[in-house]
Design a protein around this ligand. Structure first.
Ligand code: SF4
Ligand code: SF4
Length: 332
């Protein structure tokens, strides 16, 4: 099903979705960046840079209360009944990150806390001419429920699954030929960092990057943990207990593999006891361990860690440096 929506239709569609979901839409902040804001029926930012806040945070929040434990030691679930989220404005990269994280948390034993929020949620892609300065963003590859493809003054809309068809039922039909043109443009689209990340991955897999490189990179790290906290495919967490007036709340809280305590054991032994080992692990996990386990890298090329890192050692920067120093020929 392919439909054609003008702006009035788009707002009508989102308004109907907001009746059943906690709808988040892209909004412009005072500093010019964008984020997903609660829908209020007002102006939406329909093109621009991707929001820095990772979309996985809606289903795996930074602090996630799991249990309440009363003074007698009785534990009850801390989960509260909430309307499901509908996220509008996701590009193909963020949808790939969500698909990666879905698979991680669905892998046996499934993670009930993630899936409780994720299973009823509606993911709505925003692609086509919706990038910074209306640059082209490639169409999605089946990771969403609905996709809105920006075409200037209107959007082509298609349902990603049969159960989402009804949202689009009463809008006029879109032009299939135009969709085919956009699909061809998507097939030719390449992420500017993809070649360097791929080459660095191969060098790491062949063990061609010496330990001294990681010592050098790690010496630039100030342990702020921004890279991990921004990354939509990072899923590590630790558990914290917080005393309240009525007992204890046990929560899981995002962790960071750049921090000394990340793998430190109760005995004091730490298998990642140096910053060099932890920095190597941050990159190695995405580019070597994840491909071995899942058949694809854990980096979806979103660029958030490079934007977050105050000392310039995010994924793109590090892989570019690996390629320029250890590959026989550099990508550019
Ligand atoms: S670019 Fe950085 S933040 Fe984005 S997926 Fe890759 S490692 Fe994570
Ligand atoms: S964002 Fe940069 S400085 Fe901060 S922990 Fe990550 S690598 Fe280190």
């Amino acid at each position: 099903m392919l439909k054609r929506l003008v702006e009035r239709d788009l707002y009508d569609l989102l308004g109907r979705i907001a009746d059943s979901y906690r709808l988040r839409v892209p909004g412009l902040l005072d500093d010019g960046t964008r984020t997903l804001l609660p829908w209020d029926g007002q102006q939406i930012s329909l093109f621009g840079e991707p929001p820095q806040r990772k979309p996985t945070a809606y289903f795996f929040p930074q602090t996630d209360p799991l249990l309440k434990i009363d003074p007698r030691g009785q534990a009850t679930s801390a989960a509260v009944a909430e309307k499901p989220f509908a996220l509008f404005g996701l590009d193909s990269i963020d949808l790939a990150a969500l698909a990666f994280t879905d698979r991680f948390f669905s892998n046996p034993p499934p993670d009930d806390h993630y899936l409780r929020r994720r299973n009823g949620a509606l993911l709505i892609g925003l692609t086509g001419y919706a990038g910074p300065s209306r640059e082209f963003l490639p169409l999605v590859k089946g990771n969403c429920d609905l996709e809105l493809i920006a075409c200037g003054e209107y959007w082509l809309a298609r349902a990603g699954c049969k159960s989402a068809d009804h949202w689009l039922a009463h809008y006029p039909h879109g032009d299939q030929e135009q969709l085919a043109v956009l699909q061809r443009e998507s097939a030719q689209w390449n992420h500017w960092a993809a070649v360097a990340v791929q080459q660095a991955m191969e060098l790491l897999q062949q063990d061609l990057v010496p330990d001294s490189f990681w010592e050098e990179i790690a010496s630039r790290c100030i342990l702020c943990s921004g890279c991990n906290l921004a990354c939509p495919t990072c899923t590590c967490f630790c558990v914290q207990d917080r005393q309240t007036a009525t007992g204890t709340v046990r929560s899981r809280v995002w962790d960071s593999c750049q921090l000394d305590a990340f793998m430190r054991e109760a005995s004091g032994h730490n298998p990642l006891g140096t910053e060099a080992l932890r920095t190597r692990r941050r990159i190695y996990h995405k580019l070597v361990a994840d491909p071995e386990r899942w058949g694809e890298p854990g980096c979806v090329l979103c660029g958030r860690c490079d934007r977050a890192c105050p000392t310039g050692i995010g994924m793109f920067a590090v892989t570019k440096e690996i390629v320029s120093r250890f590959a026989i020929s550099s990508p550019d």
